[in-house]
Design a protein around this ligand. Structure first.
Ligand code: GDP
Length: 228
């Protein structure tokens, strides 16, 4: 990055962090499509295998301790959870975060998996306001078949997505580089995937500010930073 680009990026991160330090409210949980909120603002959805660190990342992004519930039992996670971000409490938010049900439970009954797929597929296909998806991948494990299946669903629904490596504090830098290169190489074969990965650690805060800026840009466009 040139010094000029670096200054610009710092500005974007500052604006995004300020936005997240304001209103972030849990709106509702939708166990079925008919319970979705009216599509009145852009949405950014988060998905990943159960235990990937999705709740921790949502908490880190929003700077809250427990806005998203940490891993619970399979039966309780089959819902889309919506959060209002920005704007006045009670009024129209600037955008929404959507916590999608975690996938890849080893012991999940077929019926539960089917229900998950139906809910997620219909949401992805029919949601006009869905601006971007974030696919979380554990940096220790890289892509698994369930991640690939999710990526394929996103490709088919033509929903652009960013791949976010989580828990990067848990592995050595050399190992992280190896996994990141491998994931990036595979991502390039997916039409709807962003070529660049986000490396994050919710524990250490690494990559969180940059991800905040990316989320705000995806939801509200780059012009938001000019006003901010
Ligand atoms: P979820 O099931 O995807 O919502 O995953 P959680 O956010 O509940 O995280 C699963 C486990 O990984 C928990 O024990 C977290 O403390 C741990 N974890 C999540 N993010 C990080 C991270 O960035 N670094 C480390 N070291 N542990 C993490």
């Amino acid at each position: 990055m040139t010094p000029e680009e670096e200054r610009e990026q710092q500005h974007r991160e500052k604006v995004a962090s300020r936005l997240f330090s304001g209103r972030v409210d849990f709106l509702l949980s939708a166990p079925q499509l008919k319970f979705l909120p009216d599509p009145i603002v852009p949405e950014i959805a988060f998905c990943g295998r159960s235990n990937v660190g999705k709740s921790s990342l949502l908490n880190a992004l929003t700077g809250r301790k427990a806005i998203a519930r940490a891993s619970v039992t399979p039966g309780r996670t089959q819902e889309l959870n919506f959060f209002d971000v920005g704007g006045e409490p009670g009024g129209k938010p600037l955008f929404r975060l959507v916590d999608m049900p975690g996938y890849g439970f080893a012991k999940a009954p077929v019926k539960v998996v089917e229900r998950w797929k139906n809910l997620v597929k219909s949401y992805l296909r029919g949601r006009q306001v869905l601006a971007r998806n974030l696919v979380l991948v554990d940096s220790r494990h890289g892509l698994k078949d369930v991640d690939r299946e999710m990526m394929k669903m996103l490709d088919e629904a033509a929903v652009g997505y960013r791949i976010v490596l989580t828990k990067t504090d848990k592995i050595k830098a050399s190992e992280l580089e190896r996994v990141a290169n491998k994931v990036a190489e595979e991502a390039r074969k997916h039409v709807a995937a962003y070529p660049e990965l986000h490396l994050t650690s919710s524990e250490k805060g690494m990559g969180i500010e940059a991800l905040r800026a990316a989320v705000v840009a995806d939801a509200l466009g780059e012009s938001f930073f000019e006003r901010g």
